[in-house]
Design a protein around this ligand. Structure first.
Ligand code: XMP
Length: 318
């Protein structure tokens, strides 16, 4: 029968057989479960000949780049963190259309990743954290699965650098990937992390993106996520986050009338992201989140809760 230990043993043996003794392997790390588990598996098989590349696109959650990079280093992985926020902001300047934003982010990611990958001498392989549902999805054309694929896709790099593809998780379901990750010692912080879209906060800032808006959203999102964790609710929802809306509303603070931004909280339950229900979070909890965001994040004076399910709504707003 399938056990994560057996899987690790046979996958490591297979990787050692496939990857030549002097071959170097490149892998894009996202902080998500799949790429992290792929990295640990490859690291067990070939050690520092695995070269992880983790790009800060300036659209990650608050403190995420530093904390995830630290976790990877703590696991002994050979990882290069690439701070490229300003390149992404430049590419995004003035863009408001969701698909144009996705394309700009995807294109910039490929440029940054290519540049880093080309620094790795002796690179023969490009590893990917593709899992079984990705393999199936890539033949269907459903909703955002196409854009999900287009983000995972690393452009023309394999041809350009003459790299072969290695996908050690391609026969696994998500729960199996998590079991393998646990066996390999992946910390709970990464193992149980909610899904997070490749374009990150870029599709949670409705309309155009500026570094100021990213900062505002990171702080509001940080309040929401930290409170979910404190109240033991984080693991009860499939995904949660904050959307920065392109509207301002009137409020009052002391004797002053304010005219500031509105955010929407989004939290859903789901099994696979294809359908989802809005999470019935306790009113008292929502009240605490709202008060804390409005008190701590200057520039936001109103918080609303999204009570739409998928379908017909989607999990993200863009
Ligand atoms: P929707 O909004 O389509 O989202 O209900 C379903 C799941 O997919 C994620 N998502 C994306 N992931 N690139 C990604 O890597 C994208 O462009 C993208 N759009 C949505 C979303 O976070 C949810 O988990």
């Amino acid at each position: 029968s399938w056990t994560p230990e057996h899987f690790v043993d046979s996958a490591v043996a297979a990787l050692q057989n496939t990857i030549g003794p002097d071959d170097q392997v490149i892998l894009g790390l996202s902080g998500g479960v799949d790429s992290s588990v792929a990295a640990l598996l490859l690291h067990r098989a070939i050690g520092p000949r695995l070269h992880g590349i983790f790009v800060d696109n300036g659209l990650l959650r608050q403190d995420e780049f530093a904390s995830v990079l630290k976790a990877y280093e703590g696991l002994g992985l050979n990882v290069t963190g690439v701070e490229a926020s300003s390149e992404f902001y430049t590419a995004l300047a003035g863009l408001s259309d969701p698909e144009q934003k996705r394309k700009a982010i995807g294109r910039t990611f490929i440029e940054v990743f290519d540049r880093e990958a080309q620094k790795v001498e002796g690179a023969r392989w490009l590893a990917q954290g593709t899992i079984y549902p990705d393999v199936i999805e890539s033949v269907s054309v459903h909703g955002s699965s196409v854009t999900i694929k287009s983000h995972h896709n690393v452009g023309g790099l394999p041809e350009k650098m003459n790299l072969k593809i290695v996908e050690p998780l391609r026969m696994l379901f998500k729960d199996e990937v998590r079991e393998v990750g646990a066996t390999l010692g992946l910390p709970g912080e990464i193992l149980n992390r909610h899904p997070f879209p490749g374009p990150g906060l870029g599709i949670r800032i409705l309309g155009d993106i500026t570094p100021e808006k990213v900062d505002l959203l990171q702080r509001a999102d940080g309040v929401f996520i930290n409170l979910l964790k404190e109240h033991g609710l984080y693991d009860k929802v499939w995904q949660a986050g904050v959307m920065l809306l392109p509207v301002q509303s009137v409020g009052v603070m002391g004797d002053e009338r304010t005219y500031e931004r509105v955010v929407a909280l989004r939290a859903v339950t789901s099994v696979d992201g294809m359908t989802a229900d809005w999470a019935h979070l306790p009113y008292e909890f929502l009240a605490e989140v709202s008060n804390k965001i409005i008190n701590q994040v200057r520039g936001i004076n109103r918080v609303v809760y999204d009570i739409s399910s998928k379908p017909p709504a989607t999990i993200e707003w863009e």
